[in-house]
Write a protein that binds this ligand. Structure first.
Ligand code: ZN
Length: 320
């Protein structure tokens, strides 16, 4: 897109969201900046003589890697949560540039289509089409990132500007939104923590026993299997933090990781038993006993807790 089109779309978004003049100017300036200072990626290539050489390549604006765009959105949100408004807006400006370019056919695929749609875009005034666009304000990380899936080349200038405006507005509104989680999500998090805290009388003794069981396993395990006892340190620490720590943020962080570490612990206990089978069959039950011990509290206190939702929104809000 022409830099003036980037500027016009970004300015409209800033005005619709009522950004301060300072932030709006910063956003516009950085929505132009990738044309002057592009982003790069490092790839590795193998030469004919079999050597490995790194290669630095400029990222294409019209086919910007989606995973990288997601990462940039998340990092500008993190800056916003830390109170670094200018830094957040600078990064967000670059995101908007790539979002907007994504609606124009890539010049490396079809030069003529690119040029003609880019020209058509420059004749569309975003302000004049406000009645024709549907503007949404997504809430949370998942809803916001879904808007990035809408990015694809359009075959008319008007459609390209409309879509670029809709997605730019949605992403900007969400990244610069209230740091506090919405009420419903907060209630969900609190109810999960209440369940875990109410099980303290079971959780605390159980996982203290599991922790004291670890040195015993160290004595029994062959040295090659020692790393398999690592989950038996991590998982109890997560459970104890989740059930004993005050506040919302830190215990929630621990709760969100319990599911994954329960899976890792069960897998590690099965592998440990297989290792024991080869070395000392009489020791098989020692690591195997761990699996039910860690699965039962998960089923008791976290079954149906929809931890995936909390995990995905954990870094998007400030949980205080
Ligand atoms: Zn560009």
């Amino acid at each position: 897109m022409d830099w003036r089109t980037h500027e016009a779309i970004t300015d409209t978004v800033g005005r619709l969201l009522d950004l301060s003049d300072e932030l709006r100017k910063e956003l516009i300036e950085h929505a132009r900046s990738p044309d002057v200072s592009p982003d790069y990626t490092v790839t590795v290539r193998v030469t004919y003589s079999g050597r490995i050489r790194p290669r630095v390549a400029r990222l294409k604006h019209h086919e910007f890697p989606r995973w990288r765009l997601r990462r940039m959105v998340e990092s500008s949100r993190r800056l916003w949560l830390r109170g670094r408004a200018k830094g957040a807006v600078r990064k967000l400006g670059r995101v908007l540039h790539y979002i907007q370019d994504g609606f124009i056919p890539s010049p490396s695929r079809d030069r003529r289509a690119h040029d003609s749609i880019e020209n058509a875009c420059s004749r569309v005034s975003p302000q004049s089409i406000l009645k024709e666009v549907s503007l949404h304000r997504p809430v949370g990380r998942r809803e916001t990132l879904k808007f990035l899936d809408r990015i694809r080349a359009k075959n008319s200038g008007l459609e390209a500007v409309k879509s670029a405006l809709e997605v730019s507005y949605a992403v900007t509104s969400s990244v610069l939104s209230d740091p506090n989680p919405p009420e419903e999500l907060r209630r969900h998090a609190e109810s999960v923590l209440t369940r875990v805290r109410s099980g303290r009388s079971v959780i605390v003794p159980l996982f203290v026993i599991v922790l004291t069981y670890v040195p015993f396993l160290w004595l029994l395990s062959p040295p090659t299997a020692l790393f398999l006892t690592l989950p038996l340190i991590v998982l109890p620490c997560l459970w104890l933090s989740a059930s004993l720590m005050p506040g919302l943020g830190k215990p929630l962080w621990a709760v969100c990781r319990i599911g994954v570490w329960t899976g890792i612990t069960v897998a590690a206990s099965l592998i440990s038993s297989l290792v024991a089978w080869g070395a000392e069959p009489v020791l098989i039950p020692a690591p195997l006993a761990v699996a039910p011990i860690v699965v039962v509290p998960y089923l008791l206190f976290l079954r149906g807790a929809r931890l995936g939702v909390l995990r995905s929104e954990l870094g998007w809000f400030l949980w205080q």
